[in-house]
Design a protein around this ligand. Structure first.
Ligand SMILES: [Zn+2]
Length: 531
């Protein structure tokens, strides 16, 4: 009886105090909810801007380190919108950082901007059709990410001004991501040292994010150059020392060595200099390697094995070898709190509603590139816990950023599933309504997530705690970049110079044409040639 009285009393106390507490929390929740509605409308109001930015960058189609038009266009736009822009940073003329606002939290938004060799492709047609034959193109969809970030940032900036919210928005580009070339240098230049939260967007065929050790690899990209002596290849071959033979022996050595490597490794090479002509014994020859592995220690091990094999090849051919670090990517570890915030907003926004025409088009592109013909994504997979043993695959130098500031990725649905990757087919949807819808959806998630971090300091603190207490205790990052390693900004210079004059004729003129498809005279969707 007594006990029951006490319980009843306690219940009464709880009941009387609860509404008050809930009232306060409810007010705050309602305020955040109103801000979120407002920022979603802010993105929606910039749908046209998103399309123009996406299509313009698509039409520039610039290779790694040569993103001059793209960077000029984006930074001019940011400046016009009140951002303070620093250009030519971290030893890369095409790198920049744009800042607006003051105080904490400092939220840094990043996305890659470069494209791929020989991926030039007319958008909106379900077959191979180059705009400029042989030219580079956005065969991964890096034309869309800055549109996602900038549209979100402008909507959030408007809200911050109106509501007088404290915080700093930082926008930065992934330069030369296709070479894993830029972010290690941005990290070294200290771009992220004050960042509280890094939100990184990447094109995908669905909505998702990730935390913990990510699937995929880290890597070292290194070019070996062998030096021998030239001689008349028929007249006095015994006077020569053949650098190309050294390259061949190195490749044979590495390929035999593969049998002894863990299945998780990925490694590939291209011969960047194989000599000049057959009757001159090559005095110089170069081969460019990517050594990829799941963790820092195994990357280091394989890199050292590669160096040893290069030395051995030089000894066998009486040549000398030097090496140049071209790029590096750390294995990625993403922040749990940030990923959970992104995921809650992914679920709020949901996948775009695709039209029948878009679905038919996606299936036609899947057919032409030998992928499963199941169309555009209509189901999201939800947030998964990281795998105990991550799966192998590609790399992204956002990994380097993830080890200096709490970072998580937003993958937004702007492309067609089941395509080969790093291929012209991956460019087809990237200046069509499919990309435009995906960019706006991604932008909403970014803007909503920024509102969460701006209004709920406990989330910023939780992200920091995960970073220091979980992530930094889980692994010891190794730095592969030596003090003397500089960004290899000369790469692609000649290729871009060769194609740019012809490509310039096809730059998107948004003042004349509603969309890039209109400018190219493409009726969307075009399923077959001559349709
Ligand atoms: Zn990418």
């Amino acid at each position: 009886m007594k006990l029951r009285t006490a319980t009843a009393l306690l219940a009464l106390m709880l009941a009387s105090s609860a509404p008050l507490a809930q009232q306060g929390a409810g007010d705050e929740a309602a305020r955040i909810e109103a801000l979120k509605t407002s920022v979603t409308n802010g993105v929606e109001a910039r749908r046209k801007l998103a399309q123009v930015m996406n299509d313009t960058v698509f039409s520039f189609g610039e290779l790694a380190y040569q993103e001059f038009e793209t960077s000029k266009y984006l930074t001019d736009m940011l400046e016009k919108n009140g951002f303070a822009v620093e250009r030519d940073i971290a030893g890369m003329p095409t790198a920049w950082v744009a800042r607006w606002g003051s105080g904490h939290p400092i939220i840094a938004l990043g996305s890659d901007i470069d494209c791929l060799p020989k991926a030039n492709q007319k958008p909106g047609v379900a077959y191979r059709d180059e705009i400029v034959p042989g030219a580079p193109g956005h065969g991964e969809g890096h034309n869309s990410g800055q549109a996602v970030n900038i549209v979100a940032a402008l909507a959030v900036k408007e809200l911050m001004e109106r509501e007088k919210l404290s915080g700093t928005l930082v926008i930065w580009p992934g330069v030369a991501e296709e070479l894993l070339g830029g972010k290690a240098h941005m990290v070294r230049a200290g771009i992220f040292k004050d960042a509280d939260v890094v939100l990184f967007t990447h094109v995908s065929d669905n909505f998702s994010t990730a935390w913990g050790k990510a699937n995929g690899t880290g890597m070292v990209s290194v070019e070996y150059t062998f030096e021998g002596e030239s001689a008349h290849a028929a007249g006095r071959p015994w006077r020569g020392r053949n650098a190309l033979r050294a390259v061949e022996l190195m490749n044979i050595g590495w390929d035999f060595n593969r049998e002894q490597l863990r299945p998780e490794q990925r490694s590939h090479y291209v011969i960047t200099n194989g000599g000049d002509q057959p009757n001159v014994i090559p005095s110089l020859a170069s081969v460019w390697y990517f050594f990829r592995e799941i963790d820092f220690e195994n990357i280091k091990k394989n890199y050292e094995t590669g160096n040893r094999i290069a030395q051995a090849a030089a000894m066998m051919t009486n040549t000398t070898v030097t090496r140049k670090l071209v790029g590096t990517a750390a294995p990625r570890h993403f922040n749990r709190t940030i990923a959970e915030v992104l995921q809650s907003n992914i679920e709020r926004v949901g996948l775009p509603t695709w039209t029948d025409e878009e679905q038919i088009f996606a299936k036609a592109v899947q057919k032409v590139s030998d992928g499963n013909q199941d169309g555009l994504a209509t189901k999201m997979r939800g947030l998964r816990a990281p795998l105990e043993n991550p799966e192998s695959g590609g790399s992204d130098d956002i990994g380097n950023v993830s080890w200096v500031a709490p970072t998580a990725p937003l993958f937004y649905p702007a492309n067609i599933p089941n395509l080969p990757g790093h291929n012209w087919a991956n460019a087809i949807a990237m200046a069509t309504p499919i990309a435009h819808k995906g960019v706006v959806a991604g932008s909403k998630v970014m803007a909503l997530s920024m509102v969460d971090f701006l209004t709920r300091p406990e989330l910023v603190q939780a992200a920091k705690t995960y970073f220091t207490d979980v992530q930094l205790k889980s692994d010891k990052p190794l730095e592969f970049l030596a003090e003397s390693d500089m960004p290899q900004i000369q790469i692609n210079r000649d290729t871009m110079a060769r194609f740019r004059p012809e490509m310039r004729k096809f730059y998107y003129d948004a003042s004349k044409y509603e969309t890039y498809l209109d400018q190219l005279g493409v009726k969307f969707p075009t399923l077959a040639k001559g349709q």
